[in-house]
Ligand binder design. Structure first.
Ligand code: SF4
Length: 94
């Protein structure tokens, strides 16, 4: 668990991302691209995608993409699953 937290901390320090910059995953992210109902997309964008580094650090999609290099298409930014659970489910599908 400590190792995983260290990995998360290390990987979630995008030095080039300013406070209000957009997430670097927006062009390929189904959430940002409008996969859901527009009212939910707007909320997610404001809370995560367009909220700079602090917003991205809270997004489960961003964390998983950073750690695993990929993200399940149906994972929500505020998924109730833990990072460990999501990573395990990715490993099982490989
Ligand atoms: S949902 Fe998460 S990964 Fe997707 S663009 Fe927004 S912040 Fe980035």
């Amino acid at each position: 668990m400590k190792l995983l937290l260290l990995k998360i901390k290390l990987h979630l320090k995008p030095k080039s991302i300013m406070a209000n910059e957009a997430c670097p995953n927006t062009s390929a992210c189904p959430i940002f691209q409008g996969f859901l109902d527009a009212k939910y997309v707007s909320v997610y964008k404001n809370l995560y995608c367009l909220a700079g580094e602090e917003g991205m650090k809270k997004c489960k999609r961003y964390i998983i993409k950073t750690l695993a290099g990929k993200c399940p298409p149906n994972l929500l930014p505020n998924s109730t699953k833990t990072i460990e659970e999501i990573l395990e489910s990715i490993e099982k599908t490989v």
